[in-house]
Design a protein. Structure first.
Length: 163
């Protein structure tokens, strides 16, 4: 049989050692978790930065592509408007000539028959020499929207993994 005091003292000593060991281990665990937490937060911050930079890169490329399309359409519009303006001048001149000839015919009603016939023949030659150009088909432009699938957009970006 052992003395109660000795047993208590021994148990207290063992318990103190166990508690001290567990306290040290717990402190180390807390420190490790705090380091892990800090490292994880830094990784998250870096990943968010990378994703944001990648998104901005794609936005810039898309903006550049959109600007290119818009400029191309505007350039083509200017060419088409210039061509249409030139065609309007040609057809307007033909129209004005026809109006003048009609006016001339009206004025000739008072002229004697022989003189009238001579002038009408000359006018007929002028009218016959005019070749009216066909109006070309109107200029047109079209754009077909592309709606990429979610997987197509996803393929533009890297792969995200959580552990």
């Amino acid at each position: 049989m052992t003395d109660l005091t000795k047993s208590t003292k021994k148990l207290r000593s063992e318990l103190a050692k166990d508690i001290e060991l567990k306290e040290t281990t717990s402190r180390q665990n807390v420190n490790t978790i705090e380091k892990y937490t800090k490292a994880y937060r830094e990784e998250v911050k870096a990943i968010i930065k990378t994703i944001t930079e990648e998104g901005n890169y794609w936005k810039k490329l898309i903006d550049k592509k959109v600007e290119g399309f818009v400029k191309l359409v505007q350039d083509e519009e200017q060419k088409a408007l210039h061509n249409m303006s030139a065609l309007i001048k040609v057809h307007r001149k033909d129209f004005e000539n026809c109006q003048q000839w009609q006016k001339n015919i009206k004025e000739m009603e008072s002229i004697a028959d022989v003189l009238l016939l001579k002038k009408l023949k000359k006018l007929k030659v002028d009218v016959d020499n005019i070749e009216l150009q066909q109006v070309p088909e109107r200029s047109s432009v079209s754009y077909r929207n592309k709606k990429p699938l979610g997987t197509e957009i996803d393929s533009l970006f890297g792969e995200l993994q959580f552990k």
